[in-house]
Design a protein around this ligand. Structure first.
Ligand SMILES: [Fe+2]
Length: 461
């Protein structure tokens, strides 16, 4: 678990005009601006061992240059550079939002960052503007990941306090698994790009969310309600507009491929690789007749996933799907509505002998952990978290759901926590090998139900 609590004092402690003046080459510096013109953010995204991207949305046209400093060395603020150019966060286009990249960072290192305007004034750091770069790919380093889905205004508390609870547990990453906001029905928001944009903008500006955005890298896929209408698929008429908006609000490491449209992407953190699926853009209608032509993923996305899983050198391969992959016990959307696609995915893992795979999902408006025993395969496990802040769904007891790992059902608003542990040589638990543990937490951050522990050694073909 990382320890950030000492950072805010460092951040505020160095805010002297004299220090910035002598360090940055700007002589006409006064003080931090009194009030931030940001509507939402800054938000961290697309974190690697040597770079990070920072997103923000303003209330009026404005432009900032990004500055960083090494957090633990009481270093000087330096202009962040991308290539040979200063890293500019330009919020002066449509919607007054944008993203900029900071490059040239050291792996596994802590940095503070700030936004400086054209007069040399920096925005006050209200939420804790710091980050830790990822380790070099393949490095065995413990880390924690929080994840969730379904965040809207229909939950118990419209202020969505769950984000403060997530932030308090200090995850290294936060994953959004879909229905990250809801295009709502009274105005059929999914039929008008301006309304979809307004919905994203208001969802992103929730005050309880801002600290998590400021110092925890965010990664997201979508589900039906933040893509289009209920159960929407590739026939959704505004899918291109919706994708454009999604990319503007979620600067993920990639969005599909040049040859295949969609928002799917992958990234690696140490010895774990994440595969974020797009289960909407290329999807056939749920009620289509099953067969080879009824797809959940487009042909290009299948090829990308198959090659990615087979070529991965990561210990754990985390397949992230908006809707549940393994569940076969209820009437709501799952991969089980696409039997051939479900079989193709599970067969891929088995027949290509891909080790270390497990699934994350959301959508269900309950939380649970599922397990499927397949002859000739290692047990497949899925962790589902939903909702972050939305109405609760129907829940069946463990006795009615043989697939569920006992005592993992959550019937309150919740988020999931994953702890990846890689015992060091010589450690008492070294012989155990890498271990993943999972647990759901409620809006107060309290753990719910049973913890599930998965040893990498149990996820071998
Ligand atoms: Fe939902």
């Amino acid at each position: 678990m990382r320890k950030w609590r000492s950072l805010p004092s460092l951040l505020f402690g160095c805010g002297s005009a004299a220090l910035l003046s002598c360090c940055s080459g700007y002589s006409n510096l006064a003080a931090p601006v009194a009030a931030s013109p940001l509507r939402a953010g800054p938000m961290l995204c697309d974190l690697t061992a040597t770079s990070v991207r920072i997103w923000a949305e303003a209330t009026a046209p404005v432009q900032y240059r990004l500055q960083v400093r090494v957090a633990d060395e009481d270093g000087i603020w330096q202009d962040a550079m991308e290539g040979s150019a200063r890293s500019l966060l330009a919020l002066n286009g449509p919607g007054f939002r944008g993203v900029a990249r900071i490059t040239g960072l050291r792996p596994a290192s802590r940095y503070a960052y700030r936004l400086v305007d054209f007069r040399g004034r920096w925005l006050p750091d209200v939420h804790g503007q710091f980050f830790q770069t990822a380790p070099v790919d393949g490095t065995a380093k413990d880390f924690t990941v929080a994840f969730g889905s379904c965040a809207g205004e229909s939950g118990l508390d419209p202020s969505q306090p769950i984000f403060a609870a997530i932030d308090a547990l200090q995850p290294d990453l936060f994953l959004w698994l879909g229905d990250n906001t809801y295009f709502t029905a009274p105005h059929r928001e999914w039929e008008q790009p301006e309304l979809m944009e307004q919905r994203w903008s208001s969802a992103r500006a929730i005050s309880s969310l801002q600290p998590l955005l400021a110092h925890t890298p965010q990664y997201a896929t979508w589900d039906d309600h933040d893509y289009g209408s209920n159960d929407s698929d590739s026939t959704f008429p505004l899918r291109a507009e919706s994708k454009r908006l999604f990319e503007e609000y979620w600067p993920n490491p990639a969005a599909g491929l040049s040859s295949t449209d969609g928002i799917f992407f992958q990234f690696t953190w140490g010895r774990v690789e994440f595969f974020f699926l797009d289960t909407r853009y290329g999807r056939s209608p749920n009620d289509a007749v099953d067969g080879p032509q009824k797809v959940l993923l487009s042909a290009g996305q299948w090829q990308w996933l198959e090659q990615g899983l087979q070529n991965s050198h990561a210990d754990f391969k985390v397949v992230v799907s908006s809707t549940q992959v393994l569940s076969t016990y209820h009437r709501f959307e799952t991969w089980n509505m696409f039997p051939q696609q479900r079989a193709r995915l599970l067969d891929l893992i088995q027949q290509k002998k891909v080790s270390g795979v497990f699934f994350l999902s959301g959508d269900r408006h309950i939380g649970e952990a599922l397990r499927e025993l397949r002859p000739g395969s290692y047990p497949l496990v899925e962790f589902t978290s939903s909702p972050l802040a939305a109405k609760l769904g129907e829940a069946q007891p463990d006795a009615a759901v043989p697939q569920r790992i006992a005592h993992t059902l959550a019937t309150v608003e919740n988020f999931g926590m994953l702890h990846f542990h890689f015992p060091a040589p010589g450690a008492a638990d070294f012989s155990t090998g890498p271990v993943l543990s999972f647990r759901l937490h409620d809006v107060y951050g309290h753990p719910l139900g049973s913890q599930v522990v998965l040893r990498l050694s149990a996820l071998q073909p």
